[in-house]
Design a protein around this ligand. Sequence first.
Ligand SMILES: *Cc1c(COP(=O)(O)O)cnc(C)c1O
Ligand code: SF4
Length: 340
Amino acid sequence: MKHQNTLNIVDRTEHSWQQQLSGARRSFAELCTFLDLAEDSFDGVMKLEKQFPIIAPDPYLSRIVKGDPRDPLLLQVLPQAAELISTPGYSDDPLEEANASPVQGLIHKYHGRVLLVASAACAIHCRYCFRRHFPYQENRLQRNQHQQALDYMASNSDVQEVILSGGDPLTLSNSYLSWLIQAITELPQIHTLRIHTRLPIVIPDRVDEGLLELLPSRLKIVMVVHCNHANELDENVKATMEQLTSAGVTLLNQSVLLKGVNDDAAVLAQLSQRLFECGILPYYLHLLDPVQGAAHFDASEKKAGNLMAAVIKVLPGYLVPRLVRERPGAASKTPLPVVT
Ligand SMILES: *Cc1c(COP(=O)(O)O)cnc(C)c1O
Ligand code: SF4
């Protein structure tokens, strides 16, 4: 394992988060140049990434070990020829979310909580993403559509938690977020606002003064960061997490079990420990959703159970994530057995 928490710290004052986002690397050639990799060191890498383009911002790329084509952070953003292979049992909408959307951009699958597709955009394109075929253009929400989602929440008094998701909700501007969060805060039955985001990890500067100031005081705020490997958590990320903790935000992590990235008991244990150093508790470890184009990342349920059996032997209980899989139509995420 190449742990490099203190290396390659990006100067945090040099560029705004918007500049860091617009300056993200968007081609295979750019990735290779940035990482000192020969383009021919990749066997069968797909160079034409039309369907789901590369997006990888520099603060994230700075944590990759230069010259290593198998780096676990690189594998999360690097297109593979295997993405083009059609795999039986894998689909474009593996969670059948289209069925659980009462108004555009809102998914109400589970009791008491609704998920709002707050933004269509992401700051990074993760090759394993289950939303890679999501019709974001159709779901690109404007204020009036968010208003319809807010009206739905207002008329469903059992909804007590709103989850901002996407895409990545923190790609929205602070002023837009401020409007949206204010409107949610005004719904009296809502007591928790949850934000599912990869941005504080990918571009830590996204957590700026303006964002910290707009977090409301009435609601409990939970932020679920999406981190798959300890190397993602450098000192800049840690400092950002400390700011969020100081602002009263509860920090949780969800990971996806990814072959070649984190399908190893020592890697998973180290991830949990590093999360804890950053003030984040592990929440879920998801099995890969069977999305077409991501089958090369899949680890079996049996392998996952065996890994967790090893992980629970070396970690305190509060650092063990729940192993789950998402099944279409189920009333919650489905817990999976830990084999001992
Ligand atoms: C995962 C998910 C949630 C949240 O589930 P928790 O178990 O509370 O984390 C809510 N809505 C949808 C549509 C989801 O996919
Ligand atoms: S939705 Fe999340 S996992 Fe998917 S590409 Fe965006 S940041 Fe990555």
